[in-house]
Design a protein around this ligand. Structure first.
Ligand code: G3P
Ligand code: CA
Length: 302
């Protein structure tokens, strides 16, 4: 039987397992969520898409990812992009095995400690809720990312269709009190605020050399950083309460600024203990990590 660890050592701190516990078990799968529960996370971070037959499934990419996907015969999908999830039925998606990383890929080199296994399927969001309920892990929350890309709208169902589908599953499972919805595409968050105002929304930002979702308005529902001066102010203008920046773009001054605006700050994806220590010292409200075991150890040692 699975031993579910209690809440994190510091109750107010949100210890989030990224894609379950991607560093330890196959991302966004039931084994990864179980591993995270054993470690003692407070929140399971996960990504969702919608199949051709309208089912909300838990996976990161809009397509089946050849680096982690084998077909029913056990063959790795050919490189490049696999078929779009929106073009496959649930049965077609679940005919694939996502329990291992393809050897000799950059992904395998990054996550060498991930424990692979056979016979692991892409779960539905409803099945993940059921599994967590069956384990009586009642303190655990879910940070659900509607995986959308306004620059590639053909790859998924529309933001509205995806957001509505997720809200339906959450309502059917009676989980509205235990979820937050996060997105880089703030149109999805606007819709959550309209349709289910009690569900917290999480404004994701990324600012790297090649990728910046606050530079123009496509991702941010028309808001532009130039009109607001700083990213926390942009999040506040969007009606946000929780800001999840990529950790590389965060400074202590920005954490202070965000807190002065009443925002919580929960950076991603933080895997090195030294970075965890530094960000915790800056006063962040939670961290999202592929290695929730490391994060729990850092919190316990404080
Ligand atoms: O929670 C934010 C983080 O998960 C965003 O990055 O690409 O791992 O979904 P990604
Ligand atoms: Ca995510």
């Amino acid at each position: 039987a699975l031993a579910i660890a209690g809440a994190a050592p510091c109750l107010a701190f949100d210890l989030q397992g990224h894609r379950g516990a991607r560093g330890l078990a196959p991302e966004n799968t039931v084994p990864a969520f179980e591993r995270a529960l054993e470690i003692g996370i407070t929140t399971l971070e996960l990504d969702v898409g919608v199949t051709a037959d309208g089912v909300v499934v838990v996976l990161h990419d809009p397509f089946l990812n050849p680096a982690i996907t084998r077909d029913a015969a056990g063959h790795w999908l050919p490189g490049g992009q696999g078929p779009l999830v929106r073009s496959l039925t649930l049965a077609q998606v679940q005919a694939h095995d996502v329990g291992r990383i393809r050897p000799d890929t950059a992904y395998a080199r990054t996550f060498q400690a991930q424990e692979g296994r056979d016979g692991v399927r892409v779960p539905t969001l409803a099945a993940v809720f059921e599994r967590v309920k069956s384990l009586a892990a009642d303190h655990v929350r879910f940070n659900i990312e509607t995986k959308l890309n306004p620059l590639r709208p053909q790859e998924t169902v529309t933001p509205e269709a995806m957001t509505r589908a997720v809200l339906r599953v959450v309502a059917d499972a009676g989980m509205a009190q235990r979820v937050a919805i996060q997105s880089f595409d703030w149109r999805s968050l606007q819709l959550v605020r309209q349709l289910a105002p009690s569900i917290p929304t999480v404004h994701l930002t990324i600012q790297t050399a090649n990728n910046d979702n606050v530079r123009d308005g496509a991702w941010t529902a028309g808001l532009r950083i130039g009109d607001h001066g700083s990213v926390p102010r942009l999040v506040q203008a969007a009606g946000g309460r929780i800001w999840s920046p990529n950790q590389g773009a965060l400074t202590e001054a920005l954490v202070r600024d965000a807190h002065s605006l009443g925002l919580q700050v929960v950076p991603w994806t933080v895997n090195e203990p030294a970075d965890m220590e530094r960000l915790i010292a800056w006063g962040v409200d939670g961290l999202i990590s592929d290695y929730p075991d490391r994060l729990r150890a850092v919190l316990a040692a404080r």
